[in-house]
Write a protein that binds this ligand. Structure first.
Ligand code: GDD
Length: 328
């Protein structure tokens, strides 16, 4: 028998949406805490600082089934983090069809390619607490058995992604693991989401780029915020320790009003700021309260968020202060 000392081939992980907010944080975490080779499927650029010899860029539009198949054949991944999506609720109201196509057809092309090329891959599908929608008060905090009552097109697209992942497990035995993530925020998120929307304005006002008036939408909603850096740790635990075919809610279990998030930014501001209601920031229908019961996930993996809410907000404000300084 021939004996070789050849090192074992590294584990190959594929991340879709790798250039997005969560994707960039996930890449950093995978490079830090695993020895995997990470293949980044993205339509956007990944920042130079993150480039590593354990990372490869694979430009790919998941709406192109041929290109998606080629990309999957090139990688033959053991693990797939499917993050690519149109993730903004307000945008989904403006373009339901585009949202549905990106989120559902993109995932269908990916799962179909993986089914033949890498049938044993463990596949994490990023679903959303938005799926629960207008939850009845007696169903809060929300566990995985709470019925879906979606009130926007984004939520419906995520319900379809969730169902599609389950169907591919049940029909084809694909090792899909669904995570329903509650709100996650942190440095690097776009200003189209509430924490960055407010922090960016504070940073611009502080240096005189904007009059001292901060525009806001609905301040009464309550959301369960987790730092994105804790969320990506949860994703790695979910894909390695989660049970294929299963679904897990991920969130901190604590609700914060949007008003309290605003108040934290106002008190961190170096200058006085007036708050003004902007009707264009209101949604046709908003969810009043979303609070997570993550017991199933905690029991399976031992995950718990570590970064305090207040620290996350300060890090977001620092990020925007840096961005605004660089732009001036
Ligand atoms: N974006 C935004 N901008 N939201 C505002 C603003 C504003 O100026 N003012 C108030 N809000 C309120 C929204 O009406 C909503 O009630 C809340 O702040 C949070 O809005 P977003 O940050 O846009 O997040 P989301 O809750 O709609 O969705 C996020 O979380 C989901 C998980 O629950 C996204 O990250 C989704 O992709 C994710 O699935």
């Amino acid at each position: 028998m021939e004996v070789t000392n050849a090192p074992a081939a590294p584990v190959r992980a594929l991340v879709t949406g790798a250039g997005g907010f969560v994707g960039r944080h996930l890449l950093a975490h995978l490079l830090d805490s695993t020895d995997w080779h990470v293949y980044c499927s993205t339509r956007a650029q990944v920042r130079e600082a993150q480039l590593s010899e354990r990372m490869s860029m694979l430009p790919c539009d998941l709406l192109d089934p041929e290109r998606t198949r080629q990309m999957v054949e090139q990688v033959v991944p053991g693990f797939v983090f499917h993050l690519a999506a149109q993730s903004n609720v307000q945008q989904a109201f403006k373009d339901p069809e585009g949202t549905f196509t990106s989120n559902v057809v993109g995932q269908l092309n990916l799962l179909n390619a993986l089914r033949t090329v890498a049938p044993k891959a463990r596949i994490l599908v990023a679903c959303s607490s938005e799926q629960y929608g207008l939850v009845r008060p007696e169903d809060t905090p929300i566990d995985e058995d709470v019925p879906f009552r979606p009130n926007n097109p984004y939520a419906v697209s995520k319900i379809a992604q969730d169902a599609l992942a389950l169907q591919h497990f049940l029909s084809w035995g694909q090792q899909t693991i669904r995570v329903r993530a509650f709100n996650h925020i942190g440095p690097g998120q776009s200003e189209h989401f509430v924490a960055s929307a407010f922090a960016r304005q504070v940073a611009r006002i502080e240096v005189g780029l904007q009059e001292p008036v901060l525009q806001v939408g609905n301040l009464e909603a309550e959301r369960d915020f987790t730092d994105v850096r804790d969320m990506v740790k949860a994703y790695l635990l979910a894909i390695t320790k989660g049970e294929p075919g299963e679904v897990y809610n991920i969130g901190s279990g604590t609700a914060h009003t949007i008003q309290s998030l605003l108040d934290a930014f106002l008190s961190a501001s170096k200058v006085p700021i007036e708050v003004r209601h902007d009707p264009t920031r209101m949604r046709p229908s908003d969810i009043p309260v979303l609070v997570c019961d993550a017991s199933r996930f905690r029991e399976r993996t031992g995950w718990a968020p570590e970064i305090p809410f207040e620290q996350t907000l300060l890090d977001i404000l620092d990020y925007w202060r840096g961005r605004v300084r660089a732009e001036t």
